[in-house]
Design a protein around this ligand. Structure first.
Ligand SMILES: [Zn+2]
Length: 304
């Protein structure tokens, strides 16, 4: 079974800078996040993850994107939203380069925050009416499509994070149109991560133009029921990222097995369609806890 992550990893800064780094730092030229990416990549590979991320260390999932697009001032919308420059490309290439030296078989995924989640998380002050304005959502989607075009040749697939969809705040037809703007005619696999309770909206999610659906199953047992009908590849969240307790290998195995048991009844399913991953991003955990959760998850997946 393929193992992967949802995206974010605890951000670790270097404690003692070298002389050269100190000088660079004085002139504002030292990029402290490069070390954080290095740690995220090395830890994921050492834990045995097959498809890693760059750790998404440069900020939360909203401001990584808003601060690099036209139309935003911090998290306020002040004018028409447009693509400015590739946002995640540099970090993907840096992460890939580190990974290649340790294990050339490790792949990396591209991750973007979805247009509905971005639109819902900002303060709309100008140009658009409110957070649900479809012009805002579609303009963000158009900008994200350019980001996808910039990174697509360097990643194994692209994941769109749309946690807002489980809240019922967004109209699904608008959300699907927005995802279509991003994915249409782009020759790449797409995944969508929606955490939270998706049991009641599963049928809506199946209609999205993506190949893989990533959901949480460790902290949300009700979600397991969708496995009987899900028609796509599955990102199976089997480690609780909200809890600081490191689950044992046996505990994680139990979650995976309970999923496999239900998947037996799904005619669309075979094991090559299963990606084993944590429920959500790991940014808020300590490095030690995040690493051990990943390590135990890989051991559990391997033992099945
Ligand atoms: Zn999530």
């Amino acid at each position: 079974m393929i193992t992967t992550v949802v995206g974010s990893y605890p951000v670790v800064f270097k404690e003692k800078l070298s002389f050269k780094e100190k000088i660079l730092d004085i002139f504002g030229l030292y990029d402290k996040y490069k070390y954080a990416i290095e740690i995220a990549v090395k830890d994921q590979i050492s834990a045995g993850i097959n498809i890693i991320s760059d750790g998404q260390v440069r900020g939360d999932m909203i401001n990584i994107f808003t601060k690099n697009m036209y139309g935003f001032d911090e998290n306020r919308v002040i004018s028409k939203v447009e693509f400015m420059k590739p946002i995640t490309l540099k970090d993907i290439l840096y992460a890939k380069n580190i990974a290649k030296k340790i294990n050339p078989n490790v792949e990396i995924k591209g991750i973007i925050t979805g247009p509905c989640t971005l639109a819902s998380s900002v303060r709309v002050e100008s140009f658009y009416t409110d957070n649900k304005d479809e012009n805002l959502i579609f303009d963000i989607a158009k900008a994200l499509r350019k980001e996808v075009e910039a990174i697509k040749n360097y990643v194994s697939y692209i994941q769109i994070d749309e946690p807002i969809l489980s809240t019922g705040f967004i109209d699904f037809d608008i959300a699907r149109k927005a995802i279509d703007i991003i994915t249409k005619d782009i020759n790449k696999e797409f995944a969508m991560h929606v955490c939270g309770n998706v049991y009641n909206i599963a049928e809506e999610l199946y209609k999205f133009n993506v190949d893989i659906l990533y959901h949480e199953f460790a902290s949300n047992k009700k979600n397991l029921e969708i496995l009987e009908t899900i028609p796509k590849k599955i990102g199976f969240g089997c480690v609780n990222t909200k809890s600081r307790k490191v689950e044992s290998v046996d505990e994680i195995k139990e979650v995976i097995n309970s999923g496999l048991e239900i998947l037996k009844n799904n005619p669309n399913f075979n094991k090559s369609k299963l990606y084993i991953d944590p429920d959500c991003g790991m940014r808020l955990l300590s490095r030690d806890i995040a690493y051990n959760k990943l390590k135990n998850m890989v051991l559990a997946a391997k033992s099945i």
